[in-house]
Design a protein around this ligand. Sequence first.
Ligand SMILES: NC(=O)C1=CN([C@@H]2O[C@H](COP(=O)(O)OP(=O)(O)OC[C@H]3O[C@@H](n4cnc5c(N)ncnc54)[C@H](OP(=O)(O)O)[C@@H]3O)[C@@H](O)[C@H]2O)C=CC1
Ligand SMILES: C[C@H]1O[C@H](OP(=O)(O)OP(=O)(O)OC[C@H]2O[C@@H](n3cnc4c(=O)[nH]c(N)nc43)[C@H](O)[C@@H]2O)[C@@H](O)[C@@H](O)C1=O
Length: 316
Amino acid sequence: MAGSFLSDKSAKVFVAGHRGLVGSAIVRRLHHLGFTNLILRTHAELDLTRQSDVEAFFATEKPQFVILAAAKVGGIHANNTYPADFISINLQIQTNVIDSAYRHGAKKLLFLGSSCIYPKFAPQPIPEDALLTGPLEPTNEWYAIAKISGIKMCQAYRIQYGWDAISGMPTNLYGPNDNFHPENSHVLPALMRRFHEAKVKGAKEVVVWGSGSPLREFLHVDDLADAVIFMMEKYSGRSHLNVGSGKEVTIKELAELVKEVVGFEGELVWDSSKPDGTPRKLMDSSKLADLGWTSKVSLKDGLRDTYQWYLENVKQ
Ligand SMILES: NC(=O)C1=CN([C@@H]2O[C@H](COP(=O)(O)OP(=O)(O)OC[C@H]3O[C@@H](n4cnc5c(N)ncnc54)[C@H](OP(=O)(O)O)[C@@H]3O)[C@@H](O)[C@H]2O)C=CC1
Ligand SMILES: C[C@H]1O[C@H](OP(=O)(O)OP(=O)(O)OC[C@H]2O[C@@H](n3cnc4c(=O)[nH]c(N)nc43)[C@H](O)[C@@H]2O)[C@@H](O)[C@@H](O)C1=O
């Protein structure tokens, strides 16, 4: 099973969610590697929550490989505000895609979860077997339950049908094509935009949410795309695999770094009415490291690269 993905660059590969942060990085990497037969559908062309449309798509296209990077995604505020969307849309997308991919003969599927699947107070760094050992972080339990179901669905299809479905659990990601929405995005793009706008307006202060003390591990999305290809090629196991950089910073340290990269010279003001979320979620990515994969992009370089992309593509 393992070892057959990179051998045929003309194989049909369906990258679901190809215009998002992760999907677009995977497509860049596959093109760079010489893949010639990528199957891509925008949300408007194929709504993955619609079971019969997904079924018809797989029946017609019959992709050999499937990388599932389509999901309802957002930061702490979005997760906390739209719990019904986060559980229902994600359960629908992943159930439809995983089941149809299996039924229509895909050789292998990779499902992407997130580090929020682990208990709020998991041991640090968090090993894969910490899954389902304690209560989840309340701000994102709905999303986490959907993602845990995706892991379990891949495992169940592997057990019952011997199908090669694997799962990768990335840490917090960032990079080109991130969502820079002021409220619904993740912390890194939110701060990049806020500092940029404050610099342009000559504002003296920028508001940052929470206490600044939570620790987060960041991974550039190009590293994640590389890890996804690596797993497609080398991994065919039942356990999900953590994908992290192994390096963590406090939100205060992150804010200072983003401020420096953007060149904002004012002050930070902390809004303690906003939730901190989980205090720490450093993943133990040693299983993936033992297979031969580690991250390459430093946070400082990744921030510079992302800010350059923001200046060229997003700012008004
Ligand atoms: N960003 C992060 O920090 C992390 C992300 N991940 C995981 O990586 C994966 C990708 O996330 P990311 O790239 O950040 O998310 P994005 O929001 O950037 O991209 C998600 C993509 O999925 C598409 N999509 C959403 N709903 C549907 C639907 N019903 N039908 C078809 N397409 C749909 C979106 O299209 P449209 O915009 O048109 O709706 C978009 O292209 C997710 O599984 C996420 O859990 C894991 C850890 C951290
Ligand atoms: C990837 C991951 O993403 C989410 O979990 P999270 O790690 O808590 O993500 P976040 O990036 O939104 O926040 C990180 C920290 O940063 C602080 N923070 C400061 N200022 C801003 C700010 O302006 N915006 C945001 N969003 N956060 C801010 C914020 O208060 C928190 O302490 C989940 O959706 C979860 O489901 C998931 O998988």
